[in-house]
Ligand binder design. Structure first.
Ligand code: HEC
Length: 202
């Protein structure tokens, strides 16, 4: 696998990353400019919005109104409850994937409750380590799969409330039970394909 650490030249944040029509980065000391057509960026953003909207309607509002649900719990389908934030994000990522979009996003951790939420390759493992060390850093790079190139970015996911810490520390399947408020608990991993490089015609 060809992984390169690169520095994102423009200020990016979570999904807002996709709003940047042109992303300049430096790789191997050579500056390369990648730009997306506005249609592609709009399609990515639309895929996320549509997934969130559909899931919020079916799994939150419908359950609030029809089942008078007031709690969120992991076994929300079996119990009279709503899905957890992590479950909403993971479901949205899967809904976007199923919609046929090339955009991918998920929540992962070096200390996952479920193995499938662990790093799936060296790039992800290194990225999760880097953002755990410095949550302000965005670990990003270009990975190659077959003849396709993907831009991949990892953002820190922090314990912003006591609920994060208590639930994970107390979860029987959690591999870490000493999270503290403010700790990095994992990361949000986003990736999407880059346009095929144009070859110079003489
Ligand atoms: C009530 C329990 C609960 C709360 C509150 C909670 N989580 Fe989780 N979290 C889970 C469960 C369960 C999963 C696994 C979801 C799945 O894969 O279906 C998970 C998944 C994750 C993951 C992916 C890695 C893993 O552990 O599987 C991260 C990172 C994460 N949560 C961070 C947070 C943060 C940050 C907060 C607070 C903003 C938070 N969680 C709040 C239960 C909780």
């Amino acid at each position: 696998m060809n992984t390169k650490r690169i520095i994102v030249g423009s200020v990016v944040s979570a999904v807002m990353l996709l709003g940047c029509l042109g992303i300049a980065f430096a790789a191997n000391e050579e500056e390369l400019e990648v730009s997306f057509s506005p249609e592609v960026v709009a399609n990515y953003i639309h895929a996320v919005i549509a997934a969130d909207r559909a899931l919020y309607t079916t799994h939150v509002v419908d359950r609030l109104q029809e089942e008078r649900v007031v709690i969120a719990a992991e076994a929300w389908k079996q119990r009279k409850a709503l899905p957890l934030p992590a479950q909403m994000l993971l479901m949205a990522g899967k809904t976007v994937e199923m919609s046929g979009s090339d955009l991918r996003f998920r929540l992962a951790s070096l200390w996952p409750i479920y193995e499938e939420n662990g790093p799936s390759n060296v790039f992800e493992e290194t990225g999760l380590e880097v953002v755990a060390e410095d949550p302000d850093e965005v670990y990003s790079g270009i990975i190659t799969r077959g003849d396709k190139r993907f831009f991949k970015a990892i953002y820190a996911d922090r314990a912003v409330s006591k609920a994060c810490v208590n639930c994970h520390n107390g979860h029987i399947l959690s591999s870490k039970h000493d999270f503290k408020l403010g700790d990095v608990m994992g990361g949000i991993i986003i990736s999407f394909p880059l346009p095929i490089e144009k070859t110079e015609t003489p």
